[in-house]
Design a protein around this ligand. Structure first.
Ligand code: GTB
Length: 215
């Protein structure tokens, strides 16, 4: 049974924004049970965790001798070894992997930049000037993604690991009102969140927060 790591005290208070959520969701989609080892911010920077993750972050994935980090690589590993997250036809499979990379390399960076600015740079003298620039960059990507998706349920045929990653990336905008201007993307996120595997993963990470706040 694989073991993943997750925050002992997630700053998002169980909203499923930390990146272990993607790995939990992928494992739930393919029906693979898993263990979770919770780590504190201090423990993440200690040698034992750095041996698993050179950047001292969560999540990690351990299965026997195999240790992985980077959520894209972990989700791809799970999708390659189990049925359900990648099409079997070779070209469709390649296109689903394209969407995994697009989620992480093209759509997520401007969303993270906007989130980080809102969180960490609010008191800077240039914050108000920079904010519309960051919002425009996010908007450009959302315009393009929305045009691609149109009225489809998923990015390329059936639900895939590409959708799983894209939905988790778009969920990072949940605290803002940005997706209100993109009804098809908002529905896409709701569709992803309605999947039973998403619900199980979400509830599992929320239970960590709930247990921590009542103990
Ligand atoms: N590229 C790596 C991957 O995809 O696996 C990035 C991993 C990463 O950013 N991990 C974060 C981490 O360990 C947690 S998920 N940070 C601690 C550190 O770097 O010292 C990022 C995250 C954290 C919190 C929220 N939140 O509170 O809303 C959202 C996302």
């Amino acid at each position: 049974m694989p073991t993943i790591t997750a925050f002992a005290n997630s700053p998002d208070r169980g909203r499923g924004q930390a990146r272990d959520m993607r790995v939990r969701w992928a494992l739930e989609e393919v029906g693979q049970p898993y263990d979770v080892r919770l780590v504190s911010f201090e423990a993440m920077k200690q040698p034992a965790h750095l041996a698993l993750h050179p950047f001292g972050q969560i999540p990690t994935f351990e299965d026997g001798d195999l240790v992985l980090f980077e959520t894209g690589a972990i989700v791809l590993h799970i999708a390659e070894r189990h049925a359900g997250l990648l099409p079997t036809e070779a070209n469709a499979r390649a296109r689903a992997i394209v969407w995994m990379f697009a989620a992480l390399n093209t759509v997520e960076p401007p969303i993270v930049d906007l989130g980080m600015a809102t969180l960490l740079e609010r008191d800077e003298s240039w914050y108000e000037e920079r904010l519309p620039i960051l919002r425009d960059r996010v908007g450009a990507r959302l315009d393009e993604l929305s045009d691609h998706l149109r009225g489809a349920d998923w990015l390329d045929g059936a639900f895939s690991a590409g959708d799983l990653l894209m939905v988790t990336v778009l969920r990072r905008l949940n605290a803002s009102r940005i997706l209100v201007d993109y009804p098809n993307l908002a529905s896409y996120v709701v569709r992803g969140e309605a999947r039973p595997a998403f619900r199980r993963a979400f509830d599992a990470q929320l239970a960590v927060f709930t247990a921590g706040s009542t103990s």
